[in-house]
Design a protein around this ligand. Structure first.
Ligand code: PMP
Length: 460
């Protein structure tokens, strides 16, 4: 038998070197520069532990994957059980064991009107699927998406990405794509009126930057789509499955999309899985004859271990009332951060819903601070937040990320299992880091000198 535990123990000291040599040298360099190259050796629930058994509150959770917490025992048990059952996995020419069960459970908790599911291996694959479905269902070419959107990095998904930085060097991308400003209903109205639009893809809350929709945006967009026969695609890869304090973020605005994409948290943090839920008429247009019954498919779609992970995740979310916990503790956290934030001139606002929060900073008024702010922003537009994350990790043992390129927003997305103590710790830590960043010269500004000239954005 391959003894993984022994292998890991023997190789622990080489892991960073191996990743640097064979996977991503630039990334490892960044981590080292920031001091983010900690030796995490285990994880449980909302926390990571390093080799000295220090506990870190993980507010990044694998870009939102570990909604139920890391290494959840119930999810693990279900997957182990699926393995022990010796199931006839990935038959492809036979009825799969578990996919129908997961489809039924998912549709039960999804907004009404969605009736079919296509399972994917990632969020991006879900987006690719939705774009294909919209075109096949309408016979039209054009897709509308929003500025500052993030829908993944495969070629089709990248084509509807609202950030130039991700696209640079990878063109030409898909034709027939139009970008509109987020929250701009008149722009959407103008575009859909042209009659060639297949679909409008939108994140109910934008993950990069944590930008919120105006209350009339999503309902108005849905109405426009209905009026013009355009498929409304809700990308809930990040916002779905409890993250925002509702099972799906669409529910905050009473939206019933034509297609809803889920992924990340559905995996339970164990086995990659995404799901594209759609209305039956759309599905019927794609798989329109016996001939076309596998016109869209994927080898690992409906993989039994992924289906088991999904079933267990939905069970845990409901059994442990994690959606309710996200709503309650998200509010507590946002209120706490706002209260301490008021004291500081560089604090602008906290926004988001549930446990998907963005903390935005703004230029200071006082002369000395302004000098530091301008200097730092001249070097790199994301540097200020990136530097704040260093004492947050080293002094307060909180792992978080910058919310996007060239913005002053820190994003917090802890596991939905966090407690009131975790919230109090987060608020206290932010108070301290904000206080120290408002001393110029001071430790935060000193730190920033270290990074002058380095391009250092670590986000996704
Ligand atoms: N859509 C959204 C809204 C996302 O946040 C992400 C991932 N950050 C994706 C799509 C892509 O998902 P994946 O990385 O699993 O391909």
């Amino acid at each position: 038998m391959l003894d993984l535990e022994k292998l890991l123990a023997a190789e622990r000291g080489h892991l960073s070197g191996l990743v640097e040599a064979h996977i991503n040298p630039a990334f490892v360099k960044c981590l080292k520069l920031l001091g983010f190259d900690k030796r995490y050796v285990r994880a449980a629930g909302a926390y990571l532990y390093d080799d000295a058994d220090n506990r870190y509150l993980d507010c990044l959770v694998g870009y939102g994957t570990f909604a139920c917490g890391r290494n959840h025992p119930v999810i693990r048990q279900t997957i182990q059980q699926a393995m022990n059952l010796d199931l006839p996995n990935l038959l492809h020419m036979g009825i799969p064991s578990l996919s129908g069960l997961l489809a039924r459970e998912l549709l039960n908790v999804a907004p009404r009107g969605l009736e079919t599911v296509f399972f994917t291996n990632s969020g991006s694959e879900g987006v690719e699927t939705a774009l294909k479905y919209a075109r096949a269902a309408t016979g039209r070419p054009r897709i509308i998406h929003c500025d500052k959107s993030f829908h993944g990095l495969t070629l089709g998904a990248l084509s509807v990405n609202g950030h130039g930085q991700f696209k640079d060097g990878f063109g030409p991308l898909l034709p027939s794509i139009t970008t509109i400003p987020y929250n701009d209903l008149p722009a959407l109205a103008r575009e859909v009126a042209r009659g060639d639009v297949a679909g409008f893809i939108v994140e109910p809350i934008q993950g990069e930057g944590v930008y919120m929709p105006h209350d009339d945006f999503l309902p108005g967009a849905l109405e426009l789509c209905r009026e013009h026969g355009v498929v409304f695609i809700a990308d809930e890869v990040q916002t779905g499955l409890g993250r925002t304090g509702k099972m799906f973020a669409c529910e905050h605005w009473g939206i019933r999309p034509d297609i809803l994409i889920s992924a990340k948290a559905l995996s339970g943090g164990y086995v990659p899985v995404g799901a594209v839920m759609s209305k039956r008429w759309i599905h019927d247009k794609v798989f329109s004859s016996l001939d076309r019954c596998v016109v869209h498919s994927s080898t690992f779609s409906e993989n039994d271990l992924a289906m088991a992970a999904g079933l267990a995740t939905l069970h845990v979310l409901q059994d442990e009332q994690l959606v309710e916990n996200a709503a309650a503790l998200g509010e507590l956290l946002a209120d706490g951060l706002r209260e301490v934030g008021q004291k500081y001139e560089m604090f602008r606002e906290v926004r988001g819903k549930g446990l998907m929060l963005g903390i935005e900073f703004c230029p200071p008024h006082s002369k000395m601070l302004k000098m530091g702010w301008n200097l730092l922003h001249k070097l790199n537009e994301s540097l200020f937040c990136q530097v704040m994350l260093i004492p947050l990790l080293n002094e307060h043992r909180i792992l978080a990320q910058v919310a996007g390129h060239n913005i002053d927003v820190i994003k917090l997305m802890p596991a939905l299992v966090i407690t009131e103590d975790d919230v109090a710790h987060l608020v206290r830590a932010f108070d301290r880091v904000l206080a120290s960043s408002h001393r110029f010269p001071g430790p935060v500004w000193e730190l920033s000198k270290r990074f002058a000239g380095s391009a250092m954005r670590l986000s996704g």
